[in-house]
Design a binder for this molecule. Structure first.
Ligand SMILES: *Cc1c(COP(=O)(O)O)cnc(C)c1O
Length: 224
């Protein structure tokens, strides 16, 4: 894609890339939800994407997302929160999103309890605790907290492929962790894996939710 390709062209290119990868994986493309990550982009772009048929949007910062979602309240859209979430902001975020992909600790489950939300447990595949996500060994305990929390529906696992690691291999690890999680949470079978650069690999490893930013929106106006 050239830098001058339009939003519609980039969206089409990703849609065909997703369809191709689903075919390659022998999967039904309808099993894969593409969330367009609109962080750092204005509400006007969300409207354009909505006109192009997008219904799932991802945001990562409360400060930015809250006014944007409020401005777009008339849209028929599902909002996904994908960024690190402070417990003190949790209640406010729960007020305007439908899905939280970044559940990573017991205190966050407690803070979100009582709200009707779909939840993905984010797994940290790096050795850096600052990256967000729970270590693989912590998944089961956190899952039990989420399962016990009123209103929260545990959907599955979310992860970002670490820099410097083959994404397919990283996603295969997540798929194995997901199989183990299902021994205690049989319905938590969704996988939020795959971004602009690695969604094909994610689909091949069973992704049900892709979080795609720049491949569709173009470069973000500020670093993010
Ligand atoms: C920004 C972001 C994305 C989208 O990244 P792109 O490389 O622009 O597709 C996906 N997931 C998370 C958690 C993000 O913060």
């Amino acid at each position: 894609m050239t830098a001058t390709a339009s939003l519609a062209e980039r969206l089409d290119a990703v849609r065909s890339g997703v369809a191709d990868a689903a075919r390659e994986a022998d999967r039904d493309v309808a099993e894969v939800t593409t969330i367009v990550v609109t962080k750092f982009h204005p509400a006007s772009m969300v409207r354009e994407l909505h006109d192009l048929g997008v219904r799932d949007f991802g945001e990562s910062r409360h400060q930015e997302a809250q006014p944007k979602v409020a401005e777009l309240s008339e849209l028929d859209a599902t909002w996904h929160f994908i960024g690190q979430l402070q417990s003190k902001k949790a209640r406010q975020v729960a007020g305007y999103v439908d899905v939280v992909h970044s559940m990573d600790r017991d205190s966050l489950a407690a803070a979100l309890a009582g709200n009707t939300l779909d939840v993905f447990i984010q797994v940290n595949l790096t050795d850096d605790p600052g990256r967000g996500g729970v270590d693989p060994e912590g998944i089961h305990q956190l899952a039990e907290h989420v399962l016990d929390a009123e209103g929260l529906e545990l959907r599955g696992l979310m992860a970002v492929a670490p820099l410097g690691r083959e994404p397919r291999q990283a996603f295969a690890t997540v798929r194995e962790l997901s199989e183990r999680l299902r021994s205690i949470a049989p319905r938590a079978d969704a996988l939020s894996i795959g971004m602009s650069g690695d969604y094909r690999e994610a689909i091949l490893e069973g992704a049900t939710h892709l979080r795609i930013g720049t491949a569709i929106t173009g470069n973000r106006p500020t670093a993010g």
